[in-house]
Write a protein that binds this ligand. Structure first.
Ligand SMILES: [Zn+2]
Length: 498
């Protein structure tokens, strides 16, 4: 029997605000001593009253817009009850039937993945288990947390990873979250099932069976701490379910945890019934009624998002889509690239209109940024913000190549020095004596020397072997330490060989 893989993801994103969701405790708790960012509100002490963080609400609305969702005119917070040691109140303030955003979609590698809803809630504390003891840190408790629920539209483990990365990219572009899986500011839970082809469909956000058929239960997978483990865990789960079903076995409806070092999922608990959370409207927080004018203002604050940027780079700079995708992978990278393209265009025509950039120049900048710059940033594990070289300096270097003042091989050497010191290329070139040799008479002497030293290749050139000329040019470049202008060398060589 052939099966379809059906995956829906719940992505939790911590919002980057100064204070927590419902109190004034500082939200910057990373690496802080445990239980130092707490107060009666986030500890759930009797009588403490929550106040909604306006910035978090704004950020949540932006995420909803960016996911193409619909903002409801009215919204509210609800209490979701369950008992767990990381939840001091015995309930979590979340959103039930009126989330900030409903519907929407994101595009992932050409496929459209539907979004069911995006709501705002508070994060829980963190349990730490050491030497048979369980400890709890409430610093994380009450951090604003968004939950973005996808439709069961994802069809493979790889698509799950790409979807997660797309959500990460969008919230980072919005500047509302660090969305760092290693630090837990982005967390992913997956629901996965295998259903026989042609026996199911999606109806109102749910997978339903066609007549005369019973669905295989879905399994929830947790504890995936990187995008790589999302893909690995789901690949494992597809295989496990496929083998069970093929052997005539039954899938249990359960929650399974991913064990990174063993590369397997293991049963954590059986999920027979949907738990009864006894949701009811949070009585201590007034409901929201949004003014369309305010919503419009918030929408206008949304920057150009990755998909729009890719389209614009393809349109304005004639970049290939694949390249535009790479250069827009982060907003910092895209901004840096664009600034360099504009600065480069202006080296020739000061004040050049950046909307009419020579596509050849845009391509050259792309090659340098995606090649030399990204490689060196990765090698040195440097972030963009800590990089010493500026877009304007790269533009100056490219201009020196255009003016034949440095050869392209020397330019790489200059770039390395710029990257290390942040100095201007002109300064490095003159201090290190790297200026390209374009002095015809000096080059002619070197060319003659090479001709005298290499009678065999010279004879080969005479008998029509083109590659022998390349060898002779290479020898001249070697003698000039790569500083000769190769075009000029070729021309002089032709003259001298006649
Ligand atoms: Zn607090």
């Amino acid at each position: 029997m052939k099966y379809d893989v059906i995956i829906g993801l719940e992505v939790h994103v911590q919002l980057k605000t100064r204070s927590k969701m419902f109190c004034s405790c500082s939200a910057g708790f990373w690496n802080e001593p445990p239980n130092t960012h707490v107060c009666p509100v986030c500890l759930g002490l009797p009588g403490a009253l929550p106040v909604a963080n306006q910035e978090a609400v704004k950020s949540a609305l932006k995420v909803g817009f960016a996911l193409n969702g619909q903002t409801l005119r009215q919204s509210k917070f609800d209490r979701k009850h369950y008992f767990y040691p990381d939840l001091p109140k015995g309930y979590q303030i979340s959103q039930y039937d009126l989330p900030f955003s409903v519907g929407g979609w994101v595009e992932v590698d050409g496929a459209r993945i539907g979004i069911t809803r995006a709501h705002l809630e508070e994060d829980t504390g963190k349990l730490i288990h050491v030497n048979g003891q369980s400890l709890i840190d409430f610093n994380r408790g009450g951090i604003p947390l968004m939950e973005i629920v996808s439709q069961p539209d994802i069809r493979s483990p790889e698509e799950s990873r790409l979807y997660g990365q797309k959500i990460q990219q969008i919230v980072r572009y919005l500047g509302v979250s660090d969305a760092d899986m290693e630090k837990g500011s982005l967390r992913i839970d997956a629901n996965i099932s295998l259903q026989p082809q042609g026996k199911w469909k999606v109806k109102k956000d749910r997978v339903v069976a066609l007549k005369g058929y019973t669905l295989n239960p879905k399994v929830e997978v947790k504890n995936m701490n990187s995008f790589r483990s999302v893909e690995r865990a789901l690949t494992y789960e597809v295989e496990r379910q496929l083998q069970t079903l093929s052997a005539g076995g039954k899938i249990d409806q359960e929650t399974r945890g991913w064990l990174e070092n063993k590369g397997v999922t293991v049963k954590q608990r059986t999920k027979e019934l949907a738990p009864d959370y006894r949701y009811f409207p949070e009585p201590d927080l007034p409901p929201f009624v949004f003014d369309p004018k305010d919503l419009k203002k918030i929408r206008e604050e949304i920057p150009e998002l990755p998909d729009e940027k890719i389209n614009r780079f393809v349109r304005e700079y004639a970049l290939e889509a694949k390249k535009a995708q790479i250069i827009t992978s982060s907003k910092e990278l895209a901004d840096w690239y664009e600034e360099a393209v504009v600065a480069y265009a202006q080296t020739e025509k000061p004040g050049a209109d950046y909307e009419h950039i020579d596509s050849k120049k845009a391509e050259i900048v792309y090659n340098w940024v995606s090649g030399e710059l990204l490689r060196r940033l990765n090698e040195n594990q440097t972030s963009f913000s800590a990089s010493l070289i500026t877009p304007a300096q790269l533009a100056q270097l490219l201009y020196l190549i255009d003016k034949n003042e440095v050869s392209s091989s020397t330019a790489k050497e200059v770039f390395a020095e710029m990257f290390r010191t942040g100095q201007d290329p002109q300064k490095i070139v003159s201090e290190k004596g790297l200026k390209q040799v374009s002095d015809v008479e000096r080059l002619r002497e070197t060319v003659r020397e090479v001709i005298n030293l290499n009678p065999k290749p010279v004879a080969d050139v005479a008998s029509g072997k083109a590659e022998a000329k390349g060898f002779l040019i290479g020898q001249v470049m070697k003698l000039t330490q790569g500083r000769a202008n190769p075009g000029l060398v070729s021309k002089i060589l032709d003259e001298e060989l006649k």
